[in-house]
Design a protein around this ligand. Structure first.
Ligand SMILES: Cc1cc2nc3c(=O)[nH]c(=O)nc-3n(C[C@H](O)[C@H](O)[C@H](O)COP(=O)(O)OP(=O)(O)OC[C@H]3O[C@@H](n4cnc5c(N)ncnc54)[C@H](O)[C@@H]3O)c2cc1C
Length: 313
């Protein structure tokens, strides 16, 4: 490939969430000239989080939007370049150059850090897709205010489900958490807050089977998986927190993925393809959080620098 006919970057980072932007800061400080390509505006899933209380250095907590804005400012202060509203559909490797196919043409780079995060998983039940945006939501911060004085269900039992159920009590008159087991997976501190909130009821050993209505969500069919009894209850909205699926389709034919479609990396964020690194929620990380995404991003940037310096000859 002719370097003088095509502009080949040293490093392209895909995704401007905490992982990608931290990689940008570390890469810039290592004298690389990284470009961050982002399909939306910078920030990542953090902007969907009402309140972050476990990110160090903010003893009173901080809104997700504000935190994402601070990380972006730091990145921009270092002069990291951004291309927003560019979606990378596919990455190919030819010799030692990566070709990124996007909706705004092809980009070329010697190294790539994939920091594309993950999206909420669907439950896959009747009514879920039909009523998406008409009562079915995956984002309490975005849609919570639309449910003032309404009765809603939150599906799931992990940190996100419980945290967002608590948030939704600011608007809704009742929040029922539908959980398929008899114990929540959420951290104890969140569980206590939920148990002490008079607006929250937990429906234990329960599965949401179907969402019904005319133009918007009106009823839900719930199964008690211990007694096998089904019942139909009146509701106005359903918020889904049943897991996430990694945004790895852009490299699915290029790198090794695990059974959950997470990109497999080693401790240096190296994938099975030399020069291609992965960070944050898109990789096989044991903890999907902002602080771990940041850490991954820093390591990936340094690994990319080492690769350019010592391996790419
Ligand atoms: C409701 C909720 C509450 C949470 N609460 C907390 C909390 O309190 N504390 C905490 O530490 N963590 C929390 N998290 C988790 C945290 O938000 C994630 O772990 C973190 O954002 C992961 O960062 P990331 O950079 O890997 O991915 P993301 O933040 O998901 O960023 C990925 C970016 O890549 C972009 N992208 C994806 N595909 C492409 C493509 N093909 N081309 C170009 N760009 C692309 C996306 O638009 C996105 O901006 C919460 C998450 C949610 C959903």
């Amino acid at each position: 490939m002719e370097e003088d006919t095509i502009k080949i970057k040293d490093l392209i980072i895909i995704g401007a969430g905490p992982a990608g932007m931290t990689a940008g800061i570390y890469a810039k400080r290592s004298n690389l000239n990284p470009l961050i390509i982002e399909s939306k505006m910078p920030g990542g899933r953090v902007v969907l989080t009402d309140f972050v209380e476990n990110y160090p250095a903010f003893p009173e907590g901080i809104s997700g939007q504000e935190l994402a804005g601070l990380i972006e400012s730091q990145c921009r202060n270092f002069g990291v370049e951004f291309e927003n509203f560019v979606k990378v559909d596919l990455i190919e490797k030819d010799d030692n150059t990566f070709k990124l196919k996007t909706n705004k043409g092809d980009f070329f780079s010697k190294t790539v850090i994939v920091a594309t995060g993950a999206n909420p998983a669907e439950l896959g039940i009747p009514g879920e897709r039909e009523f998406r945006g008409r009562g079915v939501s995956y984002c309490a911060t975005c849609d919570g205010p639309l449910f003032k004085n309404k009765n809603i269900l939150v599906i799931g039992g992990g940190d996100s489900a419980v945290q967002e159920a608590i948030f939704l009590t600011k608007f809704a008159s009742s929040v029922r958490v539908v959980h398929r087991r008899d114990k929540l997976r959420a951290k104890k501190i969140l569980q206590e807050k939920a148990f002490n909130n008079p607006k929250i009821e937990i429906l234990w050993n329960s599965n949401l089977l179907e969402i019904k209505g005319e133009n918007s969500v009106e009823r839900a069919v719930i199964l008690n998986n211990k007694t096998n009894q089904k019942r139909e209850i009146k509701i106005d909205g359903v918020f889904m927190y049943v897991g996430i699926k990694p945004n790895s389709s852009l490299v699915k034919n290029l790198v090794e993925l695990n059974e959950k479609n997470s990109i497999i990396t080693d401790y240096k964020m190296r994938t099975s393809v030399p020069g291609l690194f992965a960070t944050g929620d898109v990789r096989n990380t044991p903890l999907k959080q902002i602080v771990t995404a940041n850490s991954d991003g820093a390591i990936a940037a340094i690994s990319a620098e080492e690769y350019l310096e010592y391996e790419l000859r």
